[in-house]
Design a protein around this ligand. Structure first.
Ligand code: SAM
Length: 253
């Protein structure tokens, strides 16, 4: 049952989505005004009607809805890349993950969702303005209980003594290798997301010094080709998100 203060997703007849917090206030849309107080006591899947008699379907938002609607600072990690990070590194409930940089907090939200209420995500960020945006987004997603943002340059060191995994989205992941060797548990993953091939190349040059500590590296790029599904024609969409980044996985021995 929906209660005051809950985050709710509303979907109109065109498929447009609205993320709202339930309270006794009005919410204006181009399809009419909604009295959000009418949501209290409803079940997810029911509808709410605007003063222009337009119906909005009421759903419980998931992390993708939150990420789509949240405020952004820097470029976020795309869900296709977050998915493979979670899957290939085997990030699981109860894990402790060290992350940097937090940026807008999108990858942090995926990690926090995967580690669950008994896990921890400790996210290093060197820019206060981005840390503030990410903190709000993490609160919006309901994960403040398991995420700690540290205003710190991770190249200078990791405070924590143990980590199950280290996940990086920053320009020079090779600078974190000496710290990772100290804190990563055997079997844990070091994951680096980098947009450019020359960053991957630079990483592997530095990696030569540390390679005896890690199981064989894996570098992937994820391409998702969406399909046009129409009655008269089913085919790949003519445009696609061609490139986001390369993802490097190395596993601690
Ligand atoms: N993964 C984030 C997301 O999905 O929202 C986006 C990360 S953004 C592309 C890169 C972030 O790394 C920036 O916020 C930047 O300030 C931070 N950063 C860069 N170098 C850093 C360092 N040495 N230590 C901590 N944060 C760093």
């Amino acid at each position: 049952m929906i209660r005051e203060g809950d985050k709710v997703l509303l979907i109109d007849k065109r498929g447009k989505r609205y993320l709202v917090t339930v309270s006794e206030r009005e919410f204006h849309t181009d399809l009419g005004i909604l009295k959000l107080g009418e949501l209290i006591g409803k079940e997810y899947g029911e509808t709410i009607v605007s003063h222009r008699n337009e119906e909005f379907r009421v759903l419980k938002p998931d992390i993708n809805d939150i990420i789509a609607k949240m405020k952004r600072g820097p470029q976020i990690v795309h869900p296709k890349d977050a998915g493979i990070i979670l899957a290939y590194a085997g990030i699981s409930p109860g894990d402790t993950v060290i992350e940097a940089g937090v940026g807008s907090g999108a990858l942090t939200i995926f990690l926090a969702n995967a580690v669950g209420p008994n896990g921890r995500v400790i996210s290093y960020e060197r820019r206060e303005d981005f840390a503030r945006i990410a903190q709000k987004n993490i609160e919006l997603a309901g994960f403040s209980d398991r995420v700690t943002i540290k205003l710190k340059n991770i190249y200078e060191g990791i405070d924590e003594e143990h980590a199950d995994h280290i996940v990086l989205d920053l320009p020079q992941p090779e600078n974190v290798l000496p710290h990772a060797v100290e804190v990563l548990r055997p079997g844990g993953y070091f994951v680096a997301y980098t947009p450019c091939m020359n960053q991957v190349h630079r990483f592997f040059q530095a990696f030569q010094e540390y390679k005896e500590h890690f199981y064989k590296p894996r570098v992937v790029e994820v391409l998702v080709r969406e399909q046009e599904v129409k009655k008269e024609c089913m085919r790949p969409k003519t445009t696609m998100l061609a490139h986001t980044g390369y993802i490097t996985f190395i596993r601690k021995l």
